[in-house]
Design a protein. Structure first.
Length: 363
């Protein structure tokens, strides 16, 4: 006989490893502990729509999930129950309705797999509507302060690094300046790690406004040394110190700013100043799709198991996290702080500068 019946949902942008968390939760909670686990489709939408969209999850229904990208439950970044689109351009609060639906379905609480926005919603639901929540952090951006790494990040870095390796050979063959724009929103983690792993000559970060002149000087210096090509990683949120706005910055989902045109903006500066050939590659959602790398599969599995352990212990209102190699947990109340961005005293930033990578600023 089932001793617990819990819901599980994925919210916000997807990240490789979401299915691995779902699989771990189901294998442990259903397969070993004989609980019931109900998958809620498209974040909380599955509970707020009529008819409801729910799936009974079993180890059998999770077969083959570990390497699968995306999420079998679907996700959305437009599903805030406190600010639900009313169809007339406004929003309304449906959180009480959601709490009622959770009670009607006999769910004791919810495992919410999501980024900063989803964790903040989870905490608010618990406080204001008494819905028990355990959080599992995900995002390719790796910008949650409460955990050392989110799953999905290393898969994104892998894709960006492979792209750099490929750009390297063609840049060299054609004596071109190649710019690769990577994701990360307001944090430069993907740009920094992929830039170091892929041997970039220049990295621009959202954390540091860059001076195009310094970057042009770096390209010129390489030319003077007989290196006729340059590889540049541009974080999508990075902007020039010259002050112009990115051409296509826009809002998405819950009001986050999504940049657009960061690499194109820098390429234009370089072409105008140096009259060299530049080419821009925007990697986009290739960084989010596809199979998780082993690190992300392992982290996702450990997170899923820990989430179930927290519920076993009755410790709702917490988020699992990785700290110094250990899986621990933290109160949800502490999670929704400022995003973790690259700090200038980060050891990798220091190492990057020591191997000659230019960040476009006097540091
Ligand atoms: O937060 C993850 C992320 O992929 C960011 O790196 C990126 O800025 C944003 O989501 C893209 O959002 P969307 O999928 O809505 O275009």
């Amino acid at each position: 006989m089932a001793t617990h019946r819990i819901g599980i949902m994925t919210g916000g942008g997807d990240a490789p490893g979401l299915n691995a968390v779902i699989r771990a939760v189901v294998k442990y909670a259903v397969g070993e502990l004989h609980w019931q686990v109900v998958g809620i489709e498209d974040a909380f939408n599955g509970l707020l729509e009529h008819p409801r969209r729910l799936q009974d999850l079993t180890p059998k229904s999770c077969k083959g999930l570990l390497p699968q990208g995306g999420t079998i439950l679907g996700t959305t970044n437009k599903g805030d129950p406190f600010a639900w689109p009313d169809g007339n351009g406004g929003v309304r609060d449906r959180s009480a309705e959601l709490a009622e639906a959770i009670r009607e379905e006999g769910l004791e609480g919810i495992i919410s797999i999501g980024g900063d926005g989803s964790q903040a919603i989870g905490w608010r639901l618990m406080q204001e509507q008494g819905v028990p929540i355990v959080g599992v952090p995900k995002t390719i951006d790796n910008d949650l302060a409460a955990t050392d790494f989110t799953f999905g990040f290393w898969s994104a870095v892998e894709v960006a690094t492979e792209a750099l390796d490929r750009l390297h050979t063609t840049a060299d063959a054609h004596d071109r300046v190649m710019l690769l724009e990577v994701m990360g929103r307001t944090a430069g983690w993907i740009a920094l790690y992929a830039g170091v792993a892929g041997g970039a000559d220049v990295i621009t970060l959202p954390e540091i406004d860059y001076d195009p002149e310094r970057i042009c000087a770096k390209i010129q210096q390489r030319k003077d040394r007989g290196r006729n090509f340059t590889l540049i990683v541009v974080a999508e949120g990075s902007t020039p110190a010259t002050g112009e706005a990115l051409p296509s910055a826009r809002r998405h989902g819950r009001g986050h700013i999504v940049a657009g045109g960061a690499a194109q903006t820098l390429a234009q500066h370089i072409t105008e100043r140096l009259h060299v050939e530049t080419r821009v590659t925007v990697l986009g959602h290739l960084q989010r799709g596809g199979s998780p790398v082993p690190f992300d599969r392992v982290l996702a599995t450990r997170f899923g198991v820990r989430a179930v352990e927290l519920i076993e212990q009755g410790r709702w209102g917490r988020m699992v996290r990785l700290r110094d190699g250990m899986i621990t947990d933290v109160p949800l109340a502490e999670v929704a702080r400022d995003p973790r961005i690259v700090s200038l005293d980060h050891p990798l930033f220091d190492a990057a500068r020591k191997v000659g990578i230019e960040f476009g600023a006097a540091l």
